[in-house]
Design a protein around this ligand. Structure first.
Ligand code: ASP
Length: 448
């Protein structure tokens, strides 16, 4: 219907329209039943579709990600360094996110009444959470480790809450694929390659209904939250604004502090030169919200502009586009704690540590396509006993945050790539190649 309007504009339109409709309904005292019975279900369908795709998405993209390493021995040097750098930067990003969200507490400003309203919205899930909490206290200290290994993979795949087990199984499958004869492995890898594409296509379909889903979620959220007191809707929006600013602040910090430090420590490239060279990729990442779509440009830029060899870039960057998502992991940590704060749930230190672990794995498992980080957030939430349906709270600004976090994801991949190349003896002078800017012929691969 709105073919000419880019999807992200449609989503922002849906968001604003939902907000206005919600506010009009409560302001003019119109019956909220219509919203609950006829608008909210569209939002529920959208969230269900996102949940539906989570298990296959994680499985396919992880199997392919590991299998793309080529062979196990290659893992030892370049692979070892790369994966170590990816993990460290991911954990640092999550830690920055956790510190910011715990200090600023964007979800804490909600009045008790709004909180109670939110809680009753997700009541069933919260009931389960309490049971889960009781269960956890009666378990031994190694229980989280035990739970990573599924006793039945089909059962694990049937429950979004057991995603860690699916992640574990997918990694094992990927490693095993690398160790069986290449001829035999090829059939399997080809199948999963195609399967991965099919899943990403389905994510594209789901994103097509995103404007309507976002509209419905926003309108019904406002109506339900307002209850008897319309002011609480405004308070919720303010909290959401604070949350958005915390995520953006964290993302900027990662680029300005962490990436510049890595460049300074491992290369002779000046941060500003790096930034200028990578600008086209960052812009493309921003407009497509897809690390995968931006990958060819990222590769071309690090090779042509920064002087990284093709050998290093073609190994480090595709792997990074699949498993290294610093922006996404920071956002997931902030969002998980924000939702818990908004629901009035206090997170213990061990729950926060679980966030570090699950957000790392969730970011690894997120495909480099729009909206993937949001789907994986459900896993982080369920792992810490916060109702997964709580994503409804932060879904509204998500498309915009997706654009910013994708920029960080891409920049992180390029930073690690340049650092690895430098430790391999490449780019000794740290000089930027003065090649022509080629932004003109850069086309986004997919806009979903
Ligand atoms: N859109 C992000 C990317 O492609 C993933 C996400 O956080 O949704 O890097």
């Amino acid at each position: 219907m709105f073919k000419k309007i880019p999807l992200h504009t449609q989503i922002i339109g849906g968001l604003i329209l939902g907000l206005i409709v919600g506010l009009v309904i409560i302001q003019f005292g119109l019956s909220p039943e219509f919203t609950i019975n006829f608008i909210k279900p569209i939002g529920t369908i959208f969230i269900n579709a996102l949940k539906m795709i989570a298990v296959p998405l994680v499985f396919a993209s992880l199997v392919i990600g590991v299998a793309n390493l080529g062979d196990i021995s290659k893992l030892s040097r370049i692979g070892g360094k790369t994966i170590f750098a990816y993990l460290i930067t991911t954990v640092i990003a999550i830690t920055i996110g956790l510190i910011l969200v715990n200090v600023i507490k964007p979800g804490d400003s909600l009045p008790q009444e709004t909180r109670d309203n939110l809680m009753s919205l997700y009541d069933d899930a919260v009931g389960t959470k309490k049971d889960m909490a009781a269960e956890v206290t009666s378990q031994g200290p190694l229980q989280p480790l035990i739970e990573i290994v599924p006793e039945n993979i089909i059962k694990a795949a049937g429950d979004n809450g057991s995603m860690l087990q699916v992640v574990f199984f997918a990694i094992i499958v990927g490693i095993a694929l690398l160790q069986i004869p290449k001829g035999k492995a090829k059939n399997f890898t080809d199948f999963f390659d195609a399967f991965n594409d099919v899943i990403i296509k389905i994510v594209e379909y789901i994103m097509l209904i995103a404007p309507y889903g976002v509209f419905a979620l926003m309108a019904s959220l406002i109506v339900e939250i307002a209850g008897e007191n319309p002011d609480s809707a405004v308070e919720l929006l303010l909290a959401l604004l604070k949350y958005t600013l915390v995520v953006l602040g964290g993302l900027i910090l990662v680029i300005v502090a962490i990436y510049s430090l890595i460049l300074k420590s491992f290369t002779k490239i000046k941060f500003i030169d790096f930034f200028k060279a990578m600008r086209p990729a960052m812009l493309l990442g921003f407009s497509t919200s897809s690390s995968s779509a931006t990958l060819p440009v990222t590769m071309k830029l690090v090779e042509d502009e920064l002087g990284v060899s093709e050998e290093v870039s073609s190994f480090v960057l595709p792997l990074g586009a699949t498993i290294n998502m610093n922006g996404t992991s920071l956002y997931q940590a902030v969002a998980a704690v924000f939702i818990a704060q908004a629901l009035g749930m206090d997170l213990t230190i061990s729950q926060q540590l679980t966030i570090v672990l699950t957000a790392t794995l969730a970011a690894i498992g997120s495909a480099g396509v729009p909206g993937a980080g949001l789907i994986m957030l459900i896993i982080v939430l369920e792992a810490i006993g916060v109702p997964g349906a709580g994503v409804a709270l932060i879904i509204a600004p998500d498309r915009i945050l997706d654009m910013f976090r994708t920029v960080v994801n891409i920049t992180g991949d390029a930073t690690v790539c340049v650092a690895v190349a430098s430790t391999e003896g490449e780019l000794p002078d740290g000089l930027i190649r003065q090649s022509n800017p080629f932004t003109a012929d850069v086309q986004p691969q997919q806009e979903i």
